[in-house]
Design a protein around this ligand. Sequence first.
Ligand SMILES: NC(=O)c1ccc[n+]([C@@H]2O[C@H](COP(=O)([O-])OP(=O)(O)OC[C@H]3O[C@@H](n4cnc5c(N)ncnc54)[C@H](O)[C@@H]3O)[C@@H](O)[C@H]2O)c1
Length: 328
Amino acid sequence: MKKVLITGAAGFLGSHLCDRFIKEGYGVIAMDNLITGDLKNIEHLFKLEQFEFYNHDVTKFIHIPGELDYILHFASPASPIDYLKIPIQTLKVGALGTHNLLGLAKEKGARILIASTSEIYGDPLVHPQTEDYYGNVNTIGPRGVYDEAKRFQESMTMAYHRFHGLETRIVRIFNTYGPRMRLNDGRVIPAFMGQALRGEDLTVFGDGLQTRSFCYVDDEVEGIYRLLLSDYSYPVNIGNPNEITIKDFAEEIIKLTGTDQKIIYKPLPQDDPLQRQPDISKAKELLGWEPLIGREEGMKRTFDYFKTLSTEELQKTEHRDFSERNNR
Ligand SMILES: NC(=O)c1ccc[n+]([C@@H]2O[C@H](COP(=O)([O-])OP(=O)(O)OC[C@H]3O[C@@H](n4cnc5c(N)ncnc54)[C@H](O)[C@@H]3O)[C@@H](O)[C@H]2O)c1
């Protein structure tokens, strides 16, 4: 049985990847320190013999007994609320964590796939964003901790590939959504859906004319799976190019949830990108991949998930340990 290590396994994307690799018949070693993730995302897998879980911080030395075929490095705070509260951890997981995992891949002779992000393009001056665009990132702005950690992660991954001949893959993930997102993580979809379910008005930052392109999680996982098994070592955008303004999106959510909320406007946070749309020509050509699930269907499935949350969960604003201990 082939073995895969998935870091960030108790998080949104990591948990869906665990499901996918279990379904494909792999032995899955899941690793997470639960700083933003939740064991309830993977508890259904604990009974399976082919699944094991390590509660471990990837910025510390990693030891895994036995053979490993693949590593998927998805551990990292991923939403602005998270990485602005734990900036130092965010830099460390992108730098030290990635270094540890590249070392482990080298030791085991495993292929490693690194989760990068559209945020490496910053506030892009090229639209839509192609993989050969170098980005427009403010290194010292508050969001720099995430964007630069991810850029450094890509550089180190390519260095291991060139210098040690390691088999590496880099996926640049564009906004992905679906069940198991955290309601209070500050990302736009859970934020709108939470507000709709609590009967609050929907908050749009700025004039709402900034754009986003949302990819449903099953499509994203399919793209990542195909990239891992491909023979391509350079970054590949995986996302849905169907772009929408935040204002139009808020209106779609009001329609979907059947509520009569209004939209309220607040100032745009610093360095919030104004445009986001992946050019996925490379993924189409190399992987024969493109998203199949439209926004209407994906949002319906996601809203159905949020509707299953208890009133208590809906009211929770934060429940993470973002203490000093986690910010060194
Ligand atoms: N969801 C998206 O739209 C999106 C977009 C671009 C990139 N990504 C990338 O995908 C990955 C997963 O994102 P997500 O949306 O699932 O976020 P998430 O917060 O749901 O999951 C991240 C997981 O990593 C774990 N983690 C964080 N630091 C760790 C550490 N030091 N050691 C071990 N575990 C640690 C967290 O506890 C959490 O379970 C991240 O690398 C993120 O940058 C996600």
